[in-house]
Design a binder for this molecule. Structure first.
Ligand SMILES: *[C@@H]1O[C@H](CO)[C@@H](O)[C@H](O)[C@H]1NC(C)=O
Length: 405
């Protein structure tokens, strides 16, 4: 079983390392930081988007859940349109909650543009309408440099504290009777999507070895360490204890296997926990309170488990049953909270679906192994009970399921 889990984990680790490099390549250096806006607008962070010569500028107020944003891009042709949006449900056009800017139909001045919101459900723009994020102060203007600047304030309260979001953007060649004409289907148009990182309010367009890149790496390391330790090794160690115990021949091997697995899991988990505390300190002003508190609780309970090992009464001691009750309760609590927090962390970092799928698959392998072992263990107990009642006429204490404490 350990082999199967490892076989699942290795490609996961390799792919995560590869994606950290992709992130680094995407954060190339150009010049969003030099952008100036009308009406004294200023933003805490900016990012040069990798396609269509666009950039996005933002200030995120984590406490209020409000995102002030400016999007800058040139329409594909004079008289065309530009659009930017967040996609809470995927990483492409379908599902995007978009701001679309078109030349004003009511003003004769070419510099005045209108902004409309679109809840895009498929691969057609559809009609303007309300979007998932209440939008205020929408405005757009065409600069003398031929680029359009789109402004707005979005309430992200509905997302409940997401940190890394999917953004999409687009430029089109024409607007007919106020309706944006379809955009080109070139590679750059189709690839105009990226992450918008609200956790680091710094400009991500300085150089390739800037802070943004190293934070992305730290996040990946944090995620892998915690998923492997709290999310896989500790449940695996619990399975060793629960089922191997059933076999007389596995005594005391199960105990050493259990302790080894949990000690390694704890060691890796504590380093993952420390990277999390570090990341929390780096994300200036934005705290994921629930994720942080669950993390601290898991760490505290797991530390307690390590100390409890040294306070374990002897097997025959009358208090042993209470110790067992305590040990199992805290142990299962650590595992449940740990797994919950891994999913919370994946939501905060907006990880791609394939990571979630990979982790769920690893959990399924563990769960499947547990079910099989549960059945085998019951079989062993039933068989030994029958054998013992035949031979000795009483049920000895040779085999027992660790069902009760
Ligand atoms: C956006 O469209 C989807 C699917 O058409 C719908 O379920 C959702 O309620 C819409 N959102 C808003 C804010 O109207």
């Amino acid at each position: 079983m350990a082999g199967a889990v490892l076989a699942l984990l290795l490609p996961l680790l390799a792919a995560m390392a590869a994606s950290a490099q992709d992130d680094a390549a995407a954060a190339s250096a150009r010049g969003c930081a030099g952008e100036a806006f009308s009406a004294n607008r200023a933003y805490a962070a900016c990012s040069d988007l990798p396609r269509l010569g666009a950039s996005v500028h933002w200030t995120y107020d984590g406490a209020a859940g409000e995102l002030s944003v400016a999007f800058v891009a040139a329409p594909a042709a004079p008289g065309g349109w530009v659009a930017w949006g967040l996609n809470p449900s995927g990483d492409g056009m379908a599902g995007a909650q978009a701001l679309v800017a078109v030349p004003s139909s009511s003003s004769s001045s070419p510099g005045v543009w209108d902004v409309r919101t679109y809840n895009i459900s498929g691969y057609a723009l559809g009609e303007p309408g309300p979007i998932a994020f209440p939008a205020l102060d929408l405005a757009a203007e065409l600069g003398s440099d031929g680029r359009v600047r789109v402004f707005g304030r979005l309430s992200l309260a509905a997302l409940g504290g997401a940190g890394v979001l999917n953004q999409v953007w687009q430029v089109g060649p024409a607007v007919t009777d106020g309706v944006p004409a379809p955009h080109a289907m070139a590679g750059d148009n189709l690839a105009a999507k990226a992450k918008l990182d609200l956790l680091t309010q710094t400009t991500t367009a300085v150089s390739s070895d800037d802070g943004g890149d190293s934070i992305a790496k730290k996040r990946n390391i944090h995620g892998v360490l915690n998923a492997v330790s709290w999310g896989i090794l500790l449940p695996m160690g619990a399975i060793f204890a629960r089922y191997l115990k059933t076999f007389r021949s596995a005594d005391p091997a199960w105990f050493y296997l259990h302790v080894t697995c949990q000690l390694i899991g704890y060691g890796v988990g504590v380093s993952g926990w420390a990277t999390g505390i570090n990341l929390g300190n780096l994300s200036n002003g934005i705290t994921y309170t629930l994720h942080r508190n669950i993390g601290i609780t898991v760490f505290a309970l797991a530390t307690l488990q390590i100390f409890a090992l040294f306070l374990r009464p002897k097997k025959e001691h009358k208090y042993r049953v209470y110790w067992n009750l305590y040990h199992h309760t805290v142990g299962y609590a650590v595992i449940i909270l740990g797994i919950t927090n891994i999913f919370k962390g994946m939501a905060i970092l907006g990880v791609e679906q394939r990571w979630r799928t990979a982790y769920v698959a690893a959990l399924c392998v563990l769960g499947f192994a547990a079910v099989i072992l549960e059945a085998v263990a019951w079989g062993v107990v039933a068989k030994s009970r029958r054998a013992e009642s035949k031979t000795f006429g009483d049920a000895s204490n040779g085999h027992h399921l660790p069902r009760s404490v």
